[in-house]
Design a protein around this ligand. Sequence first.
Ligand code: NAP
Length: 248
Amino acid sequence: MQNVIVITGGSRGIGAATAILAAQQGYDVCVNYRHNRQSADEIVDRVKGAGCKAIAVQADVASEPDVVRLFEAVDANLGTITALVNNAGVLEPQMRVDDMDAARLNRVLATNITGCFLCAREAIRRMSTRHGGTGGAIVNVSSAAARLGSPGEYVDYAASKGAIDTMTIGLSREVAAEGIRVNAVRPGYIYTDIHASGGEPNRVDRIKDTVPMKRGGQAVEVANAILWLLSDQASYSTGTFIDLAGGK
Ligand code: NAP
């Protein structure tokens, strides 16, 4: 059976590295993105260069109609999904909780939590033996922030990732007997553009000395763990976490 993977936020950073590694392992790939069509098209070209099918689909994972349309596009163009990477995530400018307003909180929680739930729902409706599917695997991209809390930077973001950890445990048990494994990765400080959204593009270099390994991580180091968790090598793992945080 051909492996078909949907990677939310697959156009940049960890998602893009995951898309390229997945193609190298023979997956057909759906690269979801929100705004940046050019980046998504570049990743699609690289996947096709590896000999796999690929599509780019614009969809805001926080929007229910968008998520439904995303998975319908996968059905129509790539076939039945076998793997989902819930990777799309956002953070906002660094600030204390006593300065945060409801609009900001809702933006962060809508993408990071609701988006994961909606995409998991659509994947389960296609993968679960309960719905006539043949199984599959989901990896949620959480964060070391779920353990560390991100004080003074973005406690809202950290809390959203704590919710993803809880969702990973609950969902993994809910669908374990239906042929679906659900796991998560918790990256630490990884060199991607996400830190610019927090107002500090060079954040990883500022704090890398607080990491026991004394360096930031690369997106491909996270992608390797994601692809392992999706693979048959991880066939008895569900509801588990891989920390990719240099020992922090
Ligand atoms: P990134 O470089 O900022 O890329 C984010 C990706 O998500 C882009 O493809 C973006 O698409 C997409 N995206 C954002 N909001 C979306 C939405 N509502 N709907 C659909 N797509 C959306 O981020 P990254 O650093 O690779 O992070 C990926 C994941 O890893 C996130 O969940 C993040 O929280 C987590 N993480 C990252 C780090 C780190 O240090 N980098 C550490 C721990 C966890 P557009 O470009 O089109 O907007």
